[in-house]
Write a new protein. Structure first.
Length: 191
């Protein structure tokens, strides 16, 4: 659908190990960049921002990025936009007020509150209390994979594969291999 212009897709993976992948600014710039690469109308709005900021000479605030993202998504006559935010729990809960995680959650709240008929949002995360308390009231559909037998079986198969192919693990006894597989599968928490 994206290749033929029937939809736009922006994907952001939160990563606590990379500065821009755990901050609100990284989320905003990534979504803007990806969406603008898929629509001339979106690109024109971002180009206007670039021009008003002296063609990159002046700093663009997070608030300006947020406003332009909202403006882009509210643009009439555009194809449906799909936004995927993966691993929201990887945004840290420390590091200022609001924390990076709170900033990302606030963006999700704002996007949902727009109630745009052509906007679809998918957020994935471990079931952290602070994330659940914000997302649960917003969600039309919620799917939890953590306790699903298929998810647990996939984890067990992955652990078995790693244990059976790892050079160091080859020297382990059969009992130790089975114990490692059992403990890692049980302690994985569905992740």
């Amino acid at each position: 659908m994206c290749n033929v212009g029937l939809a736009s897709l922006a994907f952001f993976y939160c990563d606590s190990r990379e500065g821009q992948k755990k901050e609100r600014r990284g989320l905003l710039t990534s979504l803007l960049t990806q969406l603008c690469g898929q629509s001339d109308a979106y690109c024109a709005i971002l180009s206007d921002l670039y021009s008003t900021k002296g063609k990159g000479l002046h700093h663009v605030s997070d608030g300006e990025l947020r406003r332009h993202l909202l403006r882009i998504l509210q643009l009439p006559g555009q194809a449906p936009a799909y936004i995927v935010i993966d691993g929201l729990d990887e945004c840290p809960v420390t590091g200022g007020l609001p924390s990076p995680r709170e900033g990302a959650l606030h963006i999700v709240e704002e996007l949902v509150d727009l109630q745009l008929p052509n906007l679809r949002i998918c957020v994935t995360s471990r079931p952290e209390v602070d994330i659940d308390s914000v997302l649960r009231p917003l969600a039309l559909y919620s799917v939890s994979l953590h306790d699903q037998s298929g998810q647990i079986q996939d984890i067990a198969e992955y652990v078995k594969h790693v244990v059976s192919t790892d050079r160091n693990a080859r020297r382990w006894t059969k009992e130790n291999k089975e114990l490692v597989i059992q403990v890692l599968t049980e302690k994985s928490g569905g992740m």
